[in-house]
Design a binder for this molecule. Sequence first.
Ligand code: NAD
Ligand code: ZN
Ligand code: ZN
Length: 351
Amino acid sequence: MAKGEPVTVETILIPDPGPGEAVVKVQACGVCHTDLHYREGGISDDFPFLLGHEAAGIVESVGDGVTDVAPGDFVILNWRAVCGHCRSCARGKPQYCFSTHNATQNMTLADGSELSPALGIGAFCEKTLVAAGQCTKVDPAAKPEAAGLLGCGVMAGLGAAMNTGEVGRGDSVAVFGCGGVGNAALEGARLAGAKTIIAVDIDDTKLGWAKEFGATHTINSTQEDPVEKIREFTDGNGADVTIDAIGLPEVYEQAFYARDLAGTVVLVGVPNPTMTVELPFIELFGRGGSLKSSWYGDCLPSRDFPMLIDLYLQGRLNLDGFVSETIAIDDVEEAFHKMERGEVLRSVVVI
Ligand SMILES: NC(=O)c1ccc[n+]([C@@H]2O[C@H](COP(=O)([O-])OP(=O)(O)OC[C@H]3O[C@@H](n4cnc5c(N)ncnc54)[C@H](O)[C@@H]3O)[C@@H](O)[C@H]2O)c1
Ligand SMILES: [Zn+2]
Ligand SMILES: [Zn+2]
């Protein structure tokens, strides 16, 4: 695969796992916007990439010194294998680890050229090599195509509400953008006990889906002013927590003004490097509260994945709803087009 060109299926070579590494037999892997960003050259120029990073599978073999997982374990792959000794880990906050790691050996094409695995995972393949810390063991009763989605976008949204936004019982929450990440934020708000859950999007189909993920109110922001409507739905006050799951300056401003005094704004959508936001300085002061950004939902995989899978198996977390379709590995290019046309929350490759 070269920059901007359609993806191709190739034979790859995977070394035996070295110290601290594991080889995982991939069962399912979701197609995420980040994979498309890689293919467009928006993340780095280290082509060829091995795409795919929202995956679940079975550990096949482990290298020396690996004790947390063993062959046969059902695992979700994560991109936050924490180091345990950086300044954030040392402060007891491994969910912000500043020095996460991946496998040290490389996977290659048959001609020996090194592959760059997306987010250090690379899981649109039968088997992949990762750092053992990237494997989080969960209850094998979960369907791989649903479980794997916790590995990226769904965790980002759930965690934006539950971890970063610290949504609590009885809170009001407004989520801007109801793609996979935004709907997961709605679901997270519901799980955390929010009373009023408001979904904002420009697409009525997405707003229809949002209701299935716990939205109590929906707003089409091409037809109504979302700030005014959110105030109306919250006794004139604004929401306790507002979440921008798009990453656009105009949406961030809406989220800023739609928030109650002393409330929290969470940015989980990823802006592009040319964007700027301008806000009256006095409003930043006068409204109090906090403006936070959420990377990977501030999750700690070893803490959050097994708990969320248990909630899923109890029927309390709707992970199946994110799986719009299951596809074969040859269909990833078509899945990118469906994603661009807004037709799916997630296409999931089943291997
Ligand atoms: N912070 C993280 O760790 C993390 C992790 C994964 C993804 N993300 C980011 O989250 C964002 C959302 O990802 P996704 O997969 O849900 O994307 P998506 O494209 O599926 O969803 C975006 C939604 O926003 C809506 N939208 C677009 N413009 C709008 C506007 N002006 N007002 C209201 N709604 C609007 C679209 O209709 C769509 O429903 C992306 O920026 C992605 O890169 C962040
Ligand atoms: Zn660390
Ligand atoms: Zn992703």
